[in-house]
Design a protein. Structure first.
Length: 338
């Protein structure tokens, strides 16, 4: 059992009573790269889960472009296709169409996807499929865009596709190198993500540095192109209805946001503020609230998203409270750099 001094980050109140509290760690970098705010233990390694998808997408993009302009797959990873490679889509038919086009371009079918079969996260789509007698499928799984991009990259470079998820595969080695380059620290652990892909552990400070690098990258770079695809097509990063990453990027144009399972979130503003959050209980319900509060306290302009600064708590279908940020920076590990 760890004794790490995690900080209180958010509270859940119901009719004025504190019902629950979320603990964890958070760190904000200012545009110079200095730590502007920290709470908990942001230098402790975490498993970022899908928060690292933008880095996986840029490694796939770099691999495809290394095959040269003459490659039949040149230019395939662009627009919605690049956004969905960096996203966790909700399985809408429009998402599936983009994933299927990527597989077709690579000369592959859905059977090549290494992710598990799943129902779409979009409720209306899921209910329709169930009514129609459909079954879980790999292409509806929220990570299928990332997997399709990995397959495109493997085909473009002439690498094997049946083992593209092996940590020793050339593509996964390139992804690991990209993670370390952007984070500025070595990978602390290699695990297996829920979708079956290799998962690279990092401290939250390295994750924040990664999002800062993506959000402020030089125009035309792979990092900038991934960021621009996400900003331009946020519905392919998440979904059309009530997805927190999509809603945040819609509310604050230019911002970059990507969350992952087990309460991880990375956000960066176009002027270079970056925040990384880990809720130690694994719940994502407060991570956007925490990230926006931490950014605001550090000096970032996030005033355009007031509706995302609290999550309503309902009683009988009516608001009776809220999930709000309560970042405790009184622990010995907490510090502010001005």
């Amino acid at each position: 059992m760890t004794t790490a001094p995690y900080a209180e980050l958010a509270r859940v109140t119901r009719n004025g009573v504190v019902e629950s509290r979320h603990f964890g760690s958070v760190v904000v970098l200012d545009p110079s790269g200095a730590v502007a705010l920290r709470a908990g233990v942001p230098d402790e390694p975490v498993l970022p889960r899908s928060t690292l998808k933008p880095v996986q997408a840029l490694a796939c993009l770099a691999a495809v472009e290394a095959a040269g302009d003459a490659s039949p797959l040149a230019g395939v990873l662009a627009g919605p296709a690049l956004a969905i490679a960096a996203g966790s889509h909700t399985g809408d038919d429009r998402h599936v169409a983009v994933v299927r086009d990527l597989l077709t371009a690579a000369g592959l079918t859905e059977e090549a996807l290494g992710c598990p079969a799943d129902w779409p996260e979009d409720e209306a789509t899921r209910e329709r499929l169930i009514r129609d007698g459909e079954q879980r499928s790999r292409i509806r799984m929220n990570c299928s865009g990332k997997h399709a991009a990995m397959l495109v990259a493997a085909v473009a470079r002439g690498w094997s596709t049946d083992d593209y998820l092996a940590p020793g595969h050339p593509l996964q080695r390139e992804i690991a190198a990209a993670v370390e380059r952007l984070a500025g620290v070595p990978v602390s652990a290699v695990a297996v993500d829920g979708c079956g892909a290799p998962l690279f552990g990092l401290p939250l400070t390295g994750l924040a540095r990664t999002f800062q690098a993506l959000a402020t990258a030089a125009p035309g770079s792979h990092e900038a192109r991934v960021a621009e695809a996400m900003r331009t097509h946020p519905e392919y990063v998440g979904g059309w209805h009530g997805h927190p990453n999509t809603d945040l990027m819609r509310a604050l144009p230019g911002i970059l946001a990507k969350g992952g399972a087990e309460g991880v979130l990375g956000v960066a503003t176009p002027d270079g503020y970056a925040v990384a959050v880990k809720a130690i209980d694994g719940s994502p319900r407060a991570t956007t609230v925490i990230a926006l509060a931490a950014l605001a306290e550090a000096g970032a302009d996030v005033h355009g998203a007031p509706e995302l600064r609290r999550v309503p708590v309902l009683g009988g279908g009516e608001p009776v409270g809220a999930v709000t940020a309560a970042i405790d920076r009184s622990s010995p590990d907490a510090a502010t750099t001005s």
